[in-house]
Design a protein around this ligand. Sequence first.
Ligand code: GLN
Length: 274
Amino acid sequence: MTLRQALAQAATLGVARLDAQLLLLHVLGRPAVDRAWLIAHDEDVLADPQLRQFEGLCRRRGDGEPVAYLTGEKEFFGLQLAVDARVLVPRPDTETLVEWALDVVRDLAAPRIVDLGTGSGAIALAIQAARPDAQLEGVDRSADSLAVAAGNARRLGLPVAFRHGDWLAGAGTYDLVVSNPPYVAAADPHLQSLRHEPLSALAAGPDGLDDLRAIVAAAPAHLRPGGWLLLEHGHDQADAVRGLLAAAGFAAVASRDDLAGIARCSGGRRLELG
Ligand code: GLN
């Protein structure tokens, strides 16, 4: 079977064209950026073992497994991260949070930053890559996810310190606390389409705000005066999260839009004292 025929067969299994191309490149041992190569070689013959492997991956994709789990990698903020079912797949929307984080520490030398619920390490590693002088910590309550994050830090040569813990318990004082915590409501039907990813990284109580509330409550004691708390949240939670931040005494409370133009992160600044 040719590469072109294999891709056509994937379409009949309900696999989107881009996904099929990424899976085929993976089977061929070629990088994800090689889609032009695939098109130029579409009459090449796919050997039987590779065809069987490709068909197996297409079936799993058809069952809803993220492409990133099937290929074992995901690009985030220009970094190639290893991912598997122990961690949430980093989303491009979260790059908005990283950009905001880099903005608020732009004028600070060696800023102290903690990423809560770091998962694959995506946010902490992206900030560290852009700011080699920053002192980054990544915290997660899943020891499994920390193994993935530490592997990514090692491969990328980035000195993020990963720590097992529950949000800010036992943490120090920071210039920036950043987090993409679980924020999906426990009964949200959307969770069904995310069933291959860890529920503990997604669901957060009846209204999805349990973890956001806990972080907003804990953060002021761990921010130096003038320090920032920046949070990702769901598409319909911006008002609620800004409300939580204001009620906790944060100043300069604002939201930023994701790539689709939806307010998907909110943050605020701990007031200077005195
Ligand atoms: N962005 C994820 C989604 O697809 C949720 C991530 C999270 O809960 N932090 O809904």
